[in-house]
Design a protein around this ligand. Structure first.
Ligand SMILES: [Zn+2]
Length: 202
């Protein structure tokens, strides 16, 4: 028997596109599914995908959040633009060792070190302890080449932690992102909301 598409599934999907666009400032990214992007947007809203749950099922399970976010977003409230994956230059082999010597990689690697600091996000070791820091691809280049230059796919690990991790392990050791209400612009957003409500109530 053929599996029937759930009613509203395509409506949910289009809501996810609008949600991602509104929340992340991008409509699509090369090599990343709309569900992955929706999960990233949900994560930014403090809705963190549980380990083992697929991006698709988690995104669709939270479609109601996407619907309400899009429906309620005041047009003039600016969302912070995320750092999105830099395009992979044509001909660049992101799987090769020579990738690690390219300017593009060194640039995004430095961005990750500035973002997180030179401290192992798994065990806490730092150069002061004599540890050597590695910038690690959470989703390995070999399997997710499109994310090779995505700063959101990077974490800082000391050499022993990185060595022990291997290509099969995609554990994200970073701290969870802050909830949306704790972001610096949340107060301003709330103020503008109240302003809109005041206008609406006459
Ligand atoms: Zn470590």
């Amino acid at each position: 028997m053929k599996k029937k598409a759930k009613p509203g599934a395509s409506r949910d999907r289009s809501a996810l596109y609008r949600y991602v666009k509104a929340r992340l400032g991008i409509g699509a990214a090369r090599g990343v599914s709309i569900y992955e992007l929706a999960c990233r947007a949900l994560n930014a809203d403090g809705i963190k995908r549980p380990p083992g749950q697929s991006a698709k099922s988690w995104a669709l399970a939270n479609a109601a959040h996407a619907h309400s976010f899009v429906a309620n977003l005041p047009k003039h409230v600016c969302q912070p633009l995320p750092q999105i994956a830099a395009p992979i230059p044509a001909g660049m082999d992101v799987v090769s060792d020579s990738f690690l010597s390219t300017y593009e990689w060194r640039r995004v690697r430095m961005m990750a070190l500035k973002k997180y600091g030179a401290r192992c996000q798994c065990c806490g070791a730092s150069p002061a302890d004599g540890a050597v820091m590695n910038v690690d691809h959470i989703k390995p280049r070999r399997i997710f080449p499109a994310l090779a230059l995505d700063v959101d796919n990077l974490q800082i690990l000391c050499a022993p932690c990185n060595h022990g991790k291997g290509n099969w392990d995609m554990t994200d050791w970073r701290e969870p992102e802050p909830a949306i209400d704790s972001l610096p612009w949340a107060d301003e957003s709330a103020r503008q909301w109240q302003h809109l409500r005041d206008i609406a109530s006459g």
